[in-house]
Design a protein around this ligand. Sequence first.
Ligand SMILES: *Cc1c(COP(=O)(O)O)cnc(C)c1O
Length: 413
Amino acid sequence: MTAIRVHDFAEPETPVASAPPSHRDALLGTYKRAPMQFVRGAGVEMFDADGRAYLDFASGIAVNALGYGDPGVEQAIRDAMSTGLIHVSNLYHTAPGAALAERLCDLSGFASHAFFCNSGAEANEGAFKFVRRWARESGHPERVEILGLRGGFHGRLFASLAATDRPGYRAPFRPLAGGVSVAERDIAELRAALVSGTVGAVIVEPVQGEGGVRVLEPEFLRDLRALTREHGVMLIVDEIQTGLGRTGHVFAYQASGIEPDLVTLAKPLAAGLPMGAILVTDEIARTIQSGDHGTTFGGGPLVASVALHVVGRLSDPVMLKHVRQNGEWLGDALRQIGERCDRVRAVRGAGYMWGIDVHEKAAAVVLRALASGLMILTAGEHTLRLLPPLVMTQADLARGVASLEDALGCRAV
Ligand SMILES: *Cc1c(COP(=O)(O)O)cnc(C)c1O
Protein backbone atom coordinates (compact mmCIF):
# COMPACT_ATOMS: atom_id res chain seq x y z
CA MET A 1 0.00 0.00 0.00
CA THR A 2 1.38 3.40 -0.94
CA ALA A 3 1.70 5.99 1.80
CA ILE A 4 -0.41 9.08 1.29
CA ARG A 5 1.85 12.09 1.15
CA VAL A 6 0.89 15.39 2.70
CA HIS A 7 1.28 17.42 -0.52
CA ASP A 8 -1.41 15.32 -2.22
CA PHE A 9 -3.84 17.18 -0.01
CA ALA A 10 -2.08 20.52 -0.20
CA GLU A 11 -1.97 20.63 -4.01
CA PRO A 12 -5.50 21.78 -4.79
CA GLU A 13 -5.04 24.83 -2.57
CA THR A 14 -1.85 25.88 -4.32
CA PRO A 15 -2.60 25.50 -8.04
CA VAL A 16 0.36 25.82 -10.37
CA ALA A 17 -0.24 28.34 -13.15
CA SER A 18 1.07 26.05 -15.88
CA ALA A 19 -0.93 22.98 -14.80
CA PRO A 20 -3.34 21.81 -17.52
CA PRO A 21 -6.92 22.80 -16.66
CA SER A 22 -8.47 19.76 -14.98
CA HIS A 23 -12.00 20.40 -16.35
CA ARG A 24 -11.04 19.57 -19.92
CA ASP A 25 -11.28 15.82 -19.64
CA ALA A 26 -14.78 16.03 -18.17
CA LEU A 27 -16.20 17.92 -21.16
CA LEU A 28 -17.97 15.65 -23.61
CA GLY A 29 -15.93 15.36 -26.78
CA THR A 30 -18.38 17.02 -29.18
CA TYR A 31 -15.77 19.59 -30.25
CA LYS A 32 -12.20 19.35 -31.42
CA ARG A 33 -10.67 22.19 -29.42
CA ALA A 34 -7.44 24.07 -30.11
CA PRO A 35 -4.93 23.65 -27.27
CA MET A 36 -4.85 27.20 -25.89
CA GLN A 37 -7.09 28.41 -23.11
CA PHE A 38 -8.57 31.90 -23.38
CA VAL A 39 -8.75 34.02 -20.26
CA ARG A 40 -9.40 37.60 -21.43
CA GLY A 41 -10.64 39.74 -24.30
CA ALA A 42 -10.25 43.42 -25.16
CA GLY A 43 -11.46 45.25 -28.25
CA VAL A 44 -10.93 42.86 -31.17
CA GLU A 45 -8.32 40.66 -29.48
CA MET A 46 -8.38 37.70 -27.13
CA PHE A 47 -5.58 36.59 -24.80
CA ASP A 48 -4.61 33.07 -23.80
CA ALA A 49 -3.37 31.85 -20.41
CA ASP A 50 0.23 32.58 -21.48
CA GLY A 51 -0.65 36.20 -22.27
CA ARG A 52 -0.46 35.76 -26.08
CA ALA A 53 -2.76 38.02 -28.10
CA TYR A 54 -4.96 36.72 -30.95
CA LEU A 55 -6.61 39.00 -33.48
CA ASP A 56 -10.21 37.84 -33.78
CA PHE A 57 -11.51 37.01 -37.27
CA ALA A 58 -14.08 34.57 -35.83
CA SER A 59 -16.19 36.50 -33.26
CA GLY A 60 -16.96 33.32 -31.32
CA ILE A 61 -18.70 32.13 -34.54
CA ALA A 62 -20.50 35.37 -35.47
CA VAL A 63 -21.58 36.13 -31.90
CA ASN A 64 -19.17 38.80 -30.63
CA ALA A 65 -20.09 41.50 -33.16
CA LEU A 66 -19.18 44.24 -30.66
CA GLY A 67 -15.84 42.63 -29.78
CA TYR A 68 -14.72 42.32 -26.16
CA GLY A 69 -15.29 44.63 -23.21
CA ASP A 70 -17.90 46.82 -24.92
CA PRO A 71 -18.78 49.46 -22.30
CA GLY A 72 -22.42 49.59 -23.45
CA VAL A 73 -22.85 45.85 -22.97
CA GLU A 74 -21.31 46.09 -19.52
CA GLN A 75 -23.59 49.02 -18.63
CA ALA A 76 -26.69 47.20 -19.92
CA ILE A 77 -25.81 44.20 -17.74
CA ARG A 78 -25.22 46.44 -14.69
CA ASP A 79 -28.46 48.35 -15.23
CA ALA A 80 -30.44 45.12 -15.65
CA MET A 81 -28.80 43.61 -12.57
CA SER A 82 -29.64 46.68 -10.50
CA THR A 83 -33.32 45.70 -10.75
CA GLY A 84 -32.54 42.32 -9.18
CA LEU A 85 -34.41 40.58 -12.01
CA ILE A 86 -32.36 38.25 -14.17
CA HIS A 87 -35.39 36.09 -14.86
CA VAL A 88 -39.12 36.47 -14.32
CA SER A 89 -40.72 33.69 -16.49
CA ASN A 90 -43.10 34.22 -19.34
CA LEU A 91 -46.13 34.15 -17.06
CA TYR A 92 -45.78 37.91 -16.46
CA HIS A 93 -44.90 41.07 -18.38
CA THR A 94 -41.44 42.66 -18.37
CA ALA A 95 -40.49 45.82 -20.26
CA PRO A 96 -37.16 44.89 -21.95
CA GLY A 97 -38.56 41.92 -23.90
CA ALA A 98 -41.61 43.90 -25.02
CA ALA A 99 -39.41 46.78 -26.20
CA LEU A 100 -37.04 44.40 -28.01
CA ALA A 101 -39.92 42.68 -29.83
CA GLU A 102 -41.20 46.05 -31.03
CA ARG A 103 -37.72 47.18 -32.13
CA LEU A 104 -36.97 44.00 -34.09
CA CYS A 105 -40.39 44.03 -35.80
CA ASP A 106 -39.88 47.68 -36.81
CA LEU A 107 -36.43 46.93 -38.23
CA SER A 108 -37.66 43.84 -40.12
CA GLY A 109 -40.09 45.80 -42.27
CA PHE A 110 -42.56 42.88 -42.29
CA ALA A 111 -43.03 41.30 -38.86
CA SER A 112 -45.77 42.11 -36.37
CA HIS A 113 -44.71 39.83 -33.50
CA ALA A 114 -41.60 38.20 -31.99
CA PHE A 115 -41.03 35.08 -29.91
CA PHE A 116 -37.83 34.82 -27.87
CA CYS A 117 -35.92 31.61 -27.19
CA ASN A 118 -32.38 30.67 -26.29
CA SER A 119 -30.46 29.54 -29.38
CA GLY A 120 -30.46 29.36 -33.15
CA ALA A 121 -31.62 25.76 -33.49
CA GLU A 122 -34.40 26.48 -31.04
CA ALA A 123 -35.51 29.48 -33.11
CA ASN A 124 -35.75 27.33 -36.25
CA GLU A 125 -37.59 24.53 -34.44
CA GLY A 126 -40.10 27.10 -33.18
CA ALA A 127 -40.49 28.59 -36.65
CA PHE A 128 -41.31 25.12 -38.05
CA LYS A 129 -43.98 24.68 -35.38
CA PHE A 130 -45.49 28.09 -36.13
CA VAL A 131 -45.70 27.19 -39.84
CA ARG A 132 -47.56 23.97 -39.06
CA ARG A 133 -49.91 25.80 -36.72
CA TRP A 134 -50.59 28.39 -39.40
CA ALA A 135 -51.18 25.70 -42.04
CA ARG A 136 -53.79 23.89 -39.95
CA GLU A 137 -55.48 27.10 -38.77
CA SER A 138 -55.69 28.47 -42.30
CA GLY A 139 -57.41 25.39 -43.72
CA HIS A 140 -54.36 23.63 -45.19
CA PRO A 141 -53.72 20.72 -42.82
CA GLU A 142 -51.82 18.94 -45.60
CA ARG A 143 -49.09 21.63 -45.73
CA VAL A 144 -46.86 20.00 -43.13
CA GLU A 145 -43.55 19.75 -44.98
CA ILE A 146 -40.55 22.02 -44.45
CA LEU A 147 -37.84 22.24 -47.13
CA GLY A 148 -34.26 23.31 -46.50
CA LEU A 149 -31.79 23.88 -49.33
CA ARG A 150 -28.68 22.06 -50.54
CA GLY A 151 -25.71 23.49 -48.59
CA GLY A 152 -27.90 24.82 -45.78
CA PHE A 153 -27.31 24.67 -42.03
CA HIS A 154 -30.11 25.28 -39.54
CA GLY A 155 -28.99 23.65 -36.30
CA ARG A 156 -28.50 20.26 -34.66
CA LEU A 157 -31.81 19.44 -32.96
CA PHE A 158 -34.03 16.86 -34.63
CA ALA A 159 -36.08 19.06 -36.99
CA SER A 160 -33.40 21.71 -37.61
CA LEU A 161 -30.94 18.88 -38.35
CA ALA A 162 -33.40 17.38 -40.82
CA ALA A 163 -33.32 20.71 -42.71
CA THR A 164 -29.51 20.76 -42.58
CA ASP A 165 -27.51 19.44 -45.54
CA ARG A 166 -24.62 17.74 -43.73
CA PRO A 167 -24.63 13.94 -44.09
CA GLY A 168 -21.99 13.59 -41.34
CA TYR A 169 -24.13 15.50 -38.83
CA ARG A 170 -27.34 13.66 -39.79
CA ALA A 171 -26.54 10.02 -40.41
CA PRO A 172 -25.67 8.96 -36.83
CA PHE A 173 -28.99 10.29 -35.49
CA ARG A 174 -31.60 8.97 -37.87
CA PRO A 175 -34.55 8.87 -37.82
CA LEU A 176 -34.68 12.68 -37.88
CA ALA A 177 -37.93 14.62 -37.55
CA GLY A 178 -40.44 13.66 -40.22
CA GLY A 179 -41.72 16.07 -42.85
CA VAL A 180 -38.48 18.05 -42.99
CA SER A 181 -36.08 17.54 -45.90
CA VAL A 182 -33.46 19.14 -48.14
CA ALA A 183 -34.19 20.31 -51.71
CA GLU A 184 -31.89 21.43 -54.53
CA ARG A 185 -30.93 25.10 -54.70
CA ASP A 186 -32.70 25.38 -58.00
CA ILE A 187 -35.91 27.24 -58.81
CA ALA A 188 -37.18 24.65 -61.34
CA GLU A 189 -36.73 21.81 -58.85
CA LEU A 190 -38.30 23.84 -56.05
CA ARG A 191 -41.24 24.62 -58.31
CA ALA A 192 -41.73 20.90 -58.91
CA ALA A 193 -41.58 20.26 -55.13
CA LEU A 194 -44.16 22.96 -54.32
CA VAL A 195 -46.65 21.72 -56.89
CA SER A 196 -47.39 18.76 -54.57
CA GLY A 197 -49.29 21.14 -52.26
CA THR A 198 -47.89 19.50 -49.12
CA VAL A 199 -45.09 22.02 -48.44
CA GLY A 200 -45.74 24.57 -45.68
CA ALA A 201 -42.45 26.44 -45.78
CA VAL A 202 -39.01 26.76 -47.36
CA ILE A 203 -36.14 27.83 -45.09
CA VAL A 204 -33.06 29.62 -46.51
CA GLU A 205 -29.95 31.45 -45.34
CA PRO A 206 -29.28 34.49 -47.55
CA VAL A 207 -25.59 33.58 -47.24
CA GLN A 208 -25.07 29.91 -46.36
CA GLY A 209 -22.58 30.16 -43.51
CA GLU A 210 -21.55 26.69 -42.33
CA GLY A 211 -22.12 25.38 -45.86
CA GLY A 212 -19.18 27.29 -47.32
CA VAL A 213 -20.14 31.01 -47.29
CA ARG A 214 -22.31 30.64 -50.39
CA VAL A 215 -24.09 33.86 -51.25
CA LEU A 216 -27.58 33.23 -52.64
CA GLU A 217 -28.08 35.57 -55.57
CA PRO A 218 -30.66 38.32 -54.97
CA GLU A 219 -32.36 37.10 -58.11
CA PHE A 220 -32.64 33.57 -56.70
CA LEU A 221 -34.15 34.93 -53.47
CA ARG A 222 -36.64 37.06 -55.44
CA ASP A 223 -37.61 34.10 -57.62
CA LEU A 224 -38.01 31.92 -54.54
CA ARG A 225 -40.16 34.58 -52.90
CA ALA A 226 -42.37 34.83 -55.98
CA LEU A 227 -42.63 31.04 -56.21
CA THR A 228 -43.55 30.57 -52.54
CA ARG A 229 -46.18 33.32 -52.76
CA GLU A 230 -47.61 31.76 -55.90
CA HIS A 231 -48.08 28.44 -54.05
CA GLY A 232 -49.15 29.87 -50.68
CA VAL A 233 -45.97 28.59 -49.03
CA MET A 234 -44.23 30.38 -46.15
CA LEU A 235 -40.66 31.63 -46.56
CA ILE A 236 -38.47 31.36 -43.46
CA VAL A 237 -35.23 33.33 -43.68
CA ASP A 238 -32.61 32.02 -41.26
CA GLU A 239 -30.63 35.15 -40.31
CA ILE A 240 -28.98 33.50 -37.33
CA GLN A 241 -25.51 34.09 -38.80
CA THR A 242 -26.19 36.79 -41.41
CA GLY A 243 -28.53 38.99 -39.38
CA LEU A 244 -27.91 42.18 -37.37
CA GLY A 245 -25.36 43.89 -39.57
CA ARG A 246 -23.05 41.00 -40.56
CA THR A 247 -23.54 41.66 -44.30
CA GLY A 248 -23.85 45.44 -43.95
CA HIS A 249 -27.65 45.37 -43.69
CA VAL A 250 -29.73 44.91 -40.55
CA PHE A 251 -31.05 41.73 -42.20
CA ALA A 252 -29.29 40.19 -45.20
CA TYR A 253 -32.61 39.61 -47.03
CA GLN A 254 -33.04 43.38 -47.23
CA ALA A 255 -30.27 43.54 -49.87
CA SER A 256 -32.52 41.64 -52.27
CA GLY A 257 -35.67 43.60 -51.44
CA ILE A 258 -37.74 40.55 -50.42
CA GLU A 259 -40.07 40.24 -47.44
CA PRO A 260 -40.04 36.88 -45.65
CA ASP A 261 -42.91 35.45 -43.57
CA LEU A 262 -40.68 34.36 -40.70
CA VAL A 263 -37.13 35.31 -39.69
CA THR A 264 -34.95 33.54 -37.15
CA LEU A 265 -32.15 35.26 -35.24
CA ALA A 266 -29.65 34.27 -32.58
CA LYS A 267 -25.85 34.44 -32.71
CA PRO A 268 -25.03 38.15 -32.11
CA LEU A 269 -28.40 39.07 -30.60
CA ALA A 270 -27.46 39.34 -26.90
CA ALA A 271 -23.66 39.79 -27.14
CA GLY A 272 -22.96 36.17 -26.15
CA LEU A 273 -25.75 35.67 -23.63
CA PRO A 274 -27.88 32.85 -25.03
CA MET A 275 -30.82 34.28 -26.97
CA GLY A 276 -32.75 33.50 -30.14
CA ALA A 277 -35.75 35.12 -31.76
CA ILE A 278 -38.48 34.29 -34.27
CA LEU A 279 -40.13 37.18 -36.09
CA VAL A 280 -43.45 36.48 -37.81
CA THR A 281 -46.06 38.21 -39.97
CA ASP A 282 -49.43 39.17 -38.60
CA GLU A 283 -50.96 36.37 -40.71
CA ILE A 284 -48.98 33.80 -38.74
CA ALA A 285 -49.27 35.59 -35.39
CA ARG A 286 -53.07 35.43 -35.65
CA THR A 287 -52.96 31.63 -35.76
CA ILE A 288 -50.81 31.18 -32.64
CA GLN A 289 -52.62 30.64 -29.37
CA SER A 290 -51.55 30.39 -25.75
CA GLY A 291 -49.97 27.03 -25.08
CA ASP A 292 -48.82 26.52 -28.69
CA HIS A 293 -45.18 27.02 -27.82
CA GLY A 294 -43.10 27.92 -24.81
CA THR A 295 -39.74 28.28 -23.12
CA THR A 296 -38.79 28.84 -19.50
CA PHE A 297 -35.92 31.28 -20.07
CA GLY A 298 -36.78 32.97 -23.38
CA GLY A 299 -36.77 36.77 -23.48
CA GLY A 300 -35.97 37.37 -19.82
CA PRO A 301 -35.18 40.92 -18.67
CA LEU A 302 -31.38 40.54 -18.48
CA VAL A 303 -30.85 39.03 -21.95
CA ALA A 304 -33.45 41.34 -23.50
CA SER A 305 -31.80 44.44 -21.97
CA VAL A 306 -28.45 43.43 -23.42
CA ALA A 307 -30.08 42.64 -26.80
CA LEU A 308 -31.69 46.10 -26.87
CA HIS A 309 -28.22 47.62 -26.62
CA VAL A 310 -26.80 45.24 -29.25
CA VAL A 311 -29.66 45.83 -31.70
CA GLY A 312 -29.31 49.60 -31.24
CA ARG A 313 -25.61 49.47 -32.06
CA LEU A 314 -25.86 47.01 -34.96
CA SER A 315 -28.77 48.76 -36.68
CA ASP A 316 -27.10 52.17 -36.54
CA PRO A 317 -26.71 53.40 -40.16
CA VAL A 318 -23.15 54.53 -39.36
CA MET A 319 -22.26 51.01 -38.23
CA LEU A 320 -23.90 49.44 -41.30
CA LYS A 321 -22.06 51.79 -43.65
CA HIS A 322 -18.77 51.00 -41.88
CA VAL A 323 -19.41 47.25 -42.42
CA ARG A 324 -20.35 47.72 -46.09
CA GLN A 325 -17.35 49.93 -46.89
CA ASN A 326 -14.72 47.99 -44.94
CA GLY A 327 -16.31 44.74 -46.07
CA GLU A 328 -15.83 45.79 -49.68
CA TRP A 329 -12.21 46.62 -48.91
CA LEU A 330 -11.76 43.21 -47.22
CA GLY A 331 -13.30 41.37 -50.17
CA ASP A 332 -11.01 43.23 -52.60
CA ALA A 333 -7.95 42.42 -50.47
CA LEU A 334 -8.87 38.73 -50.37
CA ARG A 335 -9.58 38.57 -54.10
CA GLN A 336 -6.20 40.18 -54.78
CA ILE A 337 -4.53 37.42 -52.76
CA GLY A 338 -6.55 34.89 -54.75
CA GLU A 339 -5.41 36.42 -58.05
CA ARG A 340 -1.72 36.23 -57.28
CA CYS A 341 -1.69 32.99 -55.26
CA ASP A 342 -2.71 29.63 -56.69
CA ARG A 343 -3.30 28.17 -53.21
CA VAL A 344 -6.58 30.11 -53.19
CA ARG A 345 -9.29 28.74 -55.46
CA ALA A 346 -12.18 31.15 -54.83
CA VAL A 347 -13.31 34.04 -52.63
CA ARG A 348 -16.96 34.72 -51.76
CA GLY A 349 -18.85 36.84 -49.28
CA ALA A 350 -20.38 40.13 -48.23
CA GLY A 351 -19.78 42.65 -45.47
CA TYR A 352 -17.79 41.04 -42.63
CA MET A 353 -18.52 37.47 -43.78
CA TRP A 354 -16.07 35.90 -46.23
CA GLY A 355 -15.22 32.41 -47.41
CA ILE A 356 -11.97 31.34 -49.09
CA ASP A 357 -11.72 28.00 -50.90
CA VAL A 358 -8.28 26.39 -50.61
CA HIS A 359 -6.77 23.22 -52.07
CA GLU A 360 -5.38 21.92 -48.78
CA LYS A 361 -7.40 21.08 -45.66
CA ALA A 362 -8.86 24.32 -44.28
CA ALA A 363 -8.21 23.09 -40.73
CA ALA A 364 -4.46 23.08 -41.42
CA VAL A 365 -4.58 26.78 -42.40
CA VAL A 366 -6.62 27.56 -39.27
CA LEU A 367 -3.88 26.00 -37.09
CA ARG A 368 -1.11 27.95 -38.85
CA ALA A 369 -3.14 31.16 -38.46
CA LEU A 370 -3.63 30.46 -34.74
CA ALA A 371 0.09 29.87 -34.32
CA SER A 372 0.69 33.34 -35.74
CA GLY A 373 -1.97 34.95 -33.52
CA LEU A 374 -4.99 35.07 -35.87
CA MET A 375 -8.31 33.32 -35.16
CA ILE A 376 -10.22 32.16 -38.25
CA LEU A 377 -12.83 29.46 -38.93
CA THR A 378 -13.60 26.77 -41.46
CA ALA A 379 -16.86 26.26 -43.39
CA GLY A 380 -16.47 22.76 -44.76
CA GLU A 381 -13.32 20.78 -45.48
CA HIS A 382 -11.68 23.15 -47.96
CA THR A 383 -13.19 26.54 -47.09
CA LEU A 384 -11.89 29.13 -44.63
CA ARG A 385 -14.42 31.47 -43.06
CA LEU A 386 -13.75 34.99 -41.79
CA LEU A 387 -16.22 36.63 -39.39
CA PRO A 388 -14.46 39.58 -37.72
CA PRO A 389 -16.27 41.58 -35.03
CA LEU A 390 -18.31 44.25 -36.83
CA VAL A 391 -16.50 46.98 -34.87
CA MET A 392 -13.13 46.04 -36.41
CA THR A 393 -11.31 48.93 -38.11
CA GLN A 394 -9.79 48.72 -41.56
CA ALA A 395 -6.29 48.87 -40.01
CA ASP A 396 -7.02 45.74 -37.94
CA LEU A 397 -8.62 44.03 -40.94
CA ALA A 398 -5.41 44.74 -42.87
CA ARG A 399 -3.32 43.30 -40.04
CA GLY A 400 -5.42 40.12 -40.13
CA VAL A 401 -5.23 39.86 -43.92
CA ALA A 402 -1.41 40.04 -43.72
CA SER A 403 -1.32 37.20 -41.14
CA LEU A 404 -3.77 35.22 -43.22
CA GLU A 405 -1.59 35.63 -46.29
CA ASP A 406 1.30 34.13 -44.30
CA ALA A 407 -0.83 31.28 -42.98
CA LEU A 408 -1.98 30.51 -46.54
CA GLY A 409 1.61 30.47 -47.72
CA CYS A 410 0.71 33.26 -50.16
CA ARG A 411 3.08 35.97 -48.93
CA ALA A 412 4.72 37.60 -51.95
CA VAL A 413 8.48 36.92 -52.03
C1 LIG B 1 -25.31 28.73 -35.91
C2 LIG B 1 -26.47 28.60 -36.79
C3 LIG B 1 -27.63 27.91 -36.36
C4 LIG B 1 -27.70 27.18 -35.05
O1 LIG B 1 -27.58 28.03 -33.95
P1 LIG B 1 -27.28 27.39 -32.49
O2 LIG B 1 -27.42 28.57 -31.57
O3 LIG B 1 -25.91 26.81 -32.53
O4 LIG B 1 -28.32 26.35 -32.25
C5 LIG B 1 -28.70 27.86 -37.23
N1 LIG B 1 -28.68 28.47 -38.42
C6 LIG B 1 -27.58 29.15 -38.86
C7 LIG B 1 -27.61 29.82 -40.19
C8 LIG B 1 -26.44 29.22 -38.06
O5 LIG B 1 -25.37 29.86 -38.50
